[in-house]
Design a protein around this ligand. Structure first.
Ligand SMILES: C[S@@+](CC[C@H](N)C(=O)[O-])C[C@H]1O[C@@H](n2cnc3c(N)ncnc32)[C@H](O)[C@@H]1O
Length: 230
């Protein structure tokens, strides 16, 4: 799929993020559930659950990008009416399949979840269509200011409630270690580049949001953080 078919945003990281997850091979290897015994998955789930506090049961929640539907069960278990959306047909196919399989093995009350093909830059949803939106593990692929800002503005437009976003914060030992390693190896990174919170905060404000909560997956160690925006 060519991103330029939709609208003009030809930034490298935007196109790269679409490409990276576009094939069935990648989708079939992408995790479809959080591993219950792995500390990193456990911590990520805890952070998301904390970020969701205060969103009432029955709320209409969009999971964008939903990928293979890794968050679906967590969101459904909170009593939300869930829509999953992603730009990759391959990831969506996997999500639908995972959900159908989960539904068969669980009780028949496991609710229906819609999975839709959408681009975060121009979703086609109506203004304020959702009570909340979660955007997990996409912004760390967006390396340019223009790309992040465009996505932030679209998320703000479609949510009438909180927007939860994960990003990679440069305030982390792991990020410093990787930065040093790349300098020594003379490697230039084009993806997953942690950014200063100050930089992201300026973009958040510029998109018209206010930061309600900041949650670190492992404070000072992991670059993976969550912000809850209002
Ligand atoms: C690292 S995966 C994260 C998936 C899921 N949120 C999770 O936590 O497992 C990144 C996802 O972003 C999707 N993606 C990339 N660019 C996108 C865009 N412009 N609009 C919507 N989804 C996009 C990819 O197809 C992929 O499924």
């Amino acid at each position: 799929m060519s991103a330029t078919n939709h609208f003009e945003l030809n930034t490298r990281s935007y196109l790269q993020a679409i490409d990276r997850f576009s094939t069935p091979g990648v989708a079939s290897h992408y995790p479809s559930e959080y591993r219950l015994h792995h500390w990193r998955d456990k911590r990520e789930r805890q952070c998301i659950t904390t970020a969701l506090v205060g969103i009432p049961r029955g709320s209409r929640v969009l999971d964008l990008p939903c990928g293979t539907g890794r968050l679906t069960r967590l969101l459904v278990d909170q009593g939300f009416r869930v829509t999953g959306a992603d730009v990759s047909e391959a990831m969506l196919a996997q999500a639908r399949d995972n959900h159908a399989t989960g539904r068969l093995s669980a009780s028949n009350t496991f609710p229906h979840v819609k999975f839709e093909h959408r681009d975060i830059m121009q979703t086609g949803y109506q203004d304020g269509c959702f009570d909340a939106v979660i955007c997990n593990r996409l912004f760390h692929h967006f390396t340019e200011h223009a790309t992040r800002l465009r996505a932030l503005r679209e998320l703000r437009r479609i949510s009438r409630g909180p927007v939860i976003i994960s990003f990679f914060n440069s305030f982390a030992l792991d990020a410093a270690y990787r930065r040093l390693k790349n300098i020594l190896l003379k490697r230039v990174l084009h993806d997953r580049i942690p950014i200063a919170f100050k930089t992201f905060h300026a973009e958040i404000r510029s998109a018209g949001f206010r930061v309600e909560k900041k949650i670190a997956v492992r404070w000072g160690i992991s670059p993976h953080w969550y912000v809850v925006l209002d």
